[in-house]
Design a protein around this ligand. Structure first.
Ligand code: TYD
Ligand code: MG
Length: 462
């Protein structure tokens, strides 16, 4: 047998950039002192070999979706995956420690075995006894569910060879190592090689594999960004520490759309899926409250109604503070600036706190006007009109811009019994007949505030 060729390279531990010599400063991700010498084997199972059995096919002859997806016990997970788990796919679930990744995957594994299929749950973090304790809490009896507490990947692959399971879980990729690769478990080289090896195995055996990965404080999966490029699907499991709600978000999916979300609640006996999340993120009664505005946001294909709360108070000392929970901080700064300049709210001496309830992260600009209305409502101590939802993007000159898919958002608001909706003026009138909801159109932020805030005895000028 040919001896394995090896070479020594320097790899950035932040982003995975390789260099033949040591560098103090990474030209790719700008990190300092992040290069570590690593030997890599040149005869790694490259992606080229994985697919080498494929022959060129005429596109017109290719059949769509020929693979039969494995339906998991959670409909929410199936949707995020694009309709079930594709055989031979490698799915990465990233999330902060303690968010519930192991719980989710233990529950999924148990549900797959219920259909008379063996699953292998490999944990590099917990002992068999710890897993047994969690399983008892989750009411999992564990027939057909094979547990292994191991971190050596070659040993794991040998066991898998014998077990030939229909689903494999590797709980956390950061704990796995290969002897023939230099570096400790969790280093870039180890993570990348272990992932490549698992990818190779999954494709060869046509068995799906879930791997978990911890995320750093900055929110990226610890280890290489390259890890996300290797795997087929990347999902993030998120939630606020003080909330029981968890959101599974698709970030990359080679077999479906991204930006789908699945919503769960962490209970004393494991994760429970929430099929009607709008109900969860809304205040229990539909009465309007100062500083509270409901926005219809789109998460993938699904509209969700979420409550945004804002509080403004006189800053007691120092520069005023801005706190954004569940919305983008820079967006909050932008909206505050526009409110000050274009709607006359004197916010420069105000602390502003904005909260999206339920632990959801709202990223789309369509929620801008909702955030602006909530801040203005708190600033003026004035309730928004009752049973209102708000959508619109705020521009720098104070104009309200159109949002995509107005109809889908309106339909969800009507379904949950809302009576009025503030929409951008530019929007072409929705083609459907919305007699159940009153549409209030606003062209500018100042006009929007005039229309939705109930009282006008305000401190600032409107
Ligand atoms: P875990 O799945 O171990 O998180 P991760 O793998 O992402 O690190 O979840 C740990 C947390 O979940 C822990 O704080 C306990 C809590 N938990 C429940 O609330 N209910 C349950 O049924 C289980 C098993 C865990
Ligand atoms: Mg865990």
């Amino acid at each position: 047998m040919r001896a394995k060729a090896r070479k020594s390279v320097f790899v950035c531990q932040q982003c995975g950039k390789e260099s033949p010599k040591w560098l103090g400063h990474c030209p790719s991700c700008q990190a300092w002192n992040s290069f570590v010498e690593t030997t890599i084997s040149l005869s790694r199972p490259s992606a080229a070999r994985l697919y080498s059995e494929n022959k060129p096919q005429e596109l017109s002859q290719v059949e769509k979706d020929t693979f039969l997806r494995l339906k998991l016990g959670f409909a929410e997970v199936n949707r995020v995956l694009g309709g079930g788990l594709v055989p031979g796919s490698l799915v990465l679930i990233g999330g902060e420690p303690g968010i519930g990744k192991s719980t989710l995957l233990l529950q999924i594994s148990a549900m797959v075995t219920e259909k008379n299929r063996a699953t292998a749950y490999i944990s590099g973090e917990e002992s068999i006894n710890q897993i047994k304790l969690s399983a008892e809490r989750l009411n999992i009896n564990g027939e057909g569910l094979y547990i292994l507490s191991e971190t050596g990947l070659s040993i794991i692959l040998e066991h898998l060879e014998r077990l030939s399971p229909s689903l494999v879980v590797i709980d956390s990729i950061q704990t796995m190592y290969l002897e023939d690769i230099a570096g400790a478990a969790g280093s870039i080289a180890q993570i990348r090689e272990c992932t490549l090896r698992l990818m190779h195995w999954a494709k060869q055996k046509n068995v799906p594999i879930f791997i978990t990965g911890h995320v750093t404080k900055e929110g990226a999966i610890a280890g290489p960004g390259t890890l996300e490029h290797i795997v087929d699907v990347v999902l993030y499991f998120e939630g606020e520490p003080f909330s029981n709600y968890r959101v599974l978000r698709g970030v990359k999916n080679r077999f479906g759309s991204t930006n789908e979300v699945g919503v769960f609640e962490m209970s004393g006996t494991g994760l429970i899926e929430i099929n009607d999340p709008s109900q969860v993120f809304l205040p229990k009664n539909n009465h309007s409250a100062i500083g509270s505005v409901v926005v219809p946001t789109l998460e993938g294909s699904r509209p969700l109604l979420v409550e945004i709360q804002a509080l403004t108070t006189q800053a007691s000392y120092g520069p005023p503070r801005r706190i954004a929970n569940g919305i983008d901080f820079n967006r909050l700064l932008l909206i505050s600036a526009v409110l000050t300049k274009r709607a006359g709210l004197r916010l420069s001496n105000q602390d502003i706190i904005v909260n999206a309830t339920g632990g959801l992260k709202l990223c789309e600009p369509a929620v801008d006007l909702g955030i602006a209305s909530a801040i203005a409502s708190s600033f003026y101590d004035s309730k928004p009109i009752a049973s209102l939802v708000v959508m619109g993007e705020v521009g720098l000159s104070g104009e309200i811009r159109a949002v995509p898919q107005v109809e889908r958002r309106l339909a969800e608001a009507i379904r949950l019994g809302f009576k009025s909706c503030l929409i951008p003026k530019l929007t072409p009138r929705p083609s459907l007949d919305y007699t159940n909801i009153q549409l209030i159109e606003a062209g500018s932020i100042a006009e929007a505030l005039r229309l939705v805030l109930t009282t006008r005895n305000v401190k600032g000028k409107m």
